[in-house]
Design a protein around this ligand. Structure first.
Ligand code: NCD
Length: 363
């Protein structure tokens, strides 16, 4: 098992700072990096739709002088014949030096990392995590505002299923004096596990509101998100909530001049195209930053693989004690998987599935 990136918290703040520095240097001196990955192969395994993430991974590897193999449609891979993630990961390890995986089931890239002999990068697992988008987001805030501390950050839209929100909050929790404003309709509020285990754990100051207008004047960063249609069980519910928030030029009138608008993209209807002309709109620059950070990340993980840096270890794990019953978890489909739970609160006997964060309480 090689060191992978499954959840952003596996990287220390110092490591993230180093990646930011490398990304800035790549931006200034791209030629210096154009041969670094000569002879290396990246496999992109996308079991779910993607434009930016997959293409930015591929562009990143090509700009480092490496090569890319992979698929972008699960229907053309052996998954459609019933192949397990574990087998796919073992097999890809024979063909590539590093892999990036996106999958609709929570925990799928983690399962891949447990079975691969090359580094695995989580490129989005269901509504769970999206650590490389977080790297892009952090670089964007850093380049646009010059700091990752002393910020009021508003998250707006689908905070329930928006995996980019969950990952960015976990990362920001470790920077100083970050205030969070959670702007969402009642039905799409931030999941409780993120509140308890990120916001409360790190004593982050946060408020919840349904009003974007009210929140606007205090924000340094406004992180807009798409309502995640593909994660809804009911189409009617999606239809009812899809236009909950639409950012317009008028609504920006009360915002700070230095505020920056981020969005992981794709945008559907939540930011009017008129806003694109506003210098505060940073979302297309954010997409470029995604490529730079993925270049820095690929270099880091390949170097660590060569040096034999061990994989991140999940500690305090029990097996066979609980069974995960979350239908969105990879345990619901992967054959012969060991259900494992990590203890997150010994006093109250609280355990979480290591793949998806579903909670169990020991009586
Ligand atoms: C995001 C994702 O896939 O979670 N997109 C991306 O990777 N840039 C956001 C989204 O799909 O809404």
């Amino acid at each position: 098992m090689k060191r992978s990136l499954i959840d952003i918290t596996e990287f220390s703040v110092e490591e993230i700072d180093q990646l930011l520095k490398t990304a800035c240097d790549i931006s200034e001196n791209p030629k210096k990096y154009s041969e670094v990955c000569r002879g290396k192969k990246l496999a992109t395994l996308f079991f779910e739709p993607s434009t930016r993430t997959r293409l930015s991974f591929e562009a990143a590897m090509l700009e480092l002088g490496g090569n890319v193999i992979g698929f972008s449609d699960a229907g053309t891979s052996s998954a459609s014949k019933g192949e397990s993630i574990a087998d796919t990961a073992k097999m890809i390890s024979c063909y590539a030096d590093i892999m990036a995986m996106r999958h609709p089931k929570e925990g799928a890239p983690y399962v891949a990392s447990l079975n691969a002999s090359i580094p695995v990068i989580n490129a989005g697992d269901g509504g769970h995590c999206h650590p490389t988008q977080t790297l892009a987001d952090l670089l964007t805030i850093y380049r646009e505002l010059g700091r990752l501390e002393n910020l009021t950050v508003g998250f707006c839209g689908d905070l329930k299923y928006g995996r980019t929100v969950h990952s960015l909050l976990s990362a920001l929790a470790r920077y100083k004096n970050i205030k969070i404003v959670l702007i969402a309709p009642e039905e799409l509020k931030l999941p409780k596990y993120v509140k308890y285990e990120v916001l409360d754990k790190y004593n982050m100051e946060y408020v919840e509101t349904t009003s974007l207008e009210e929140a606007m004047p205090q924000l340094d960063v406004l992180y807009m998100t798409r309502i995640q249609r593909e994660r809804f069980d009911s189409y009617d519910e999606y239809e009812r909530l899809k236009d909950s928030y639409i950012l317009t030029a008028e609504k920006l009138e009360t915002a700070k001049q230095e505020m920056r608008i981020l969005h992981p993209l794709p945008r559907v209807n939540e930011i009017s195209v008129k806003v694109d002309e506003d210098p505060r709109a940073a979302y297309f620059r954010q997409a470029l930053n995604g490529k730079l950070m993925r270049m820095a990340l690929i270099m880091k993980l390949l170097k660590e693989a060569e040096e034999g840096v061990p994989a991140h270890e999940v500690t305090d794990v029990v097996t066979e004690e609980f069974v995960c019953d979350n239908p969105r978890c990879i345990t619901s489909t992967e054959q012969e998987i060991v259900h494992s739970f990590k203890c997150v609160n010994r006093e109250n006997g609280i355990y979480r599935c290591v793949y998806c964060e579903a909670k169990k309480v020991k009586n």
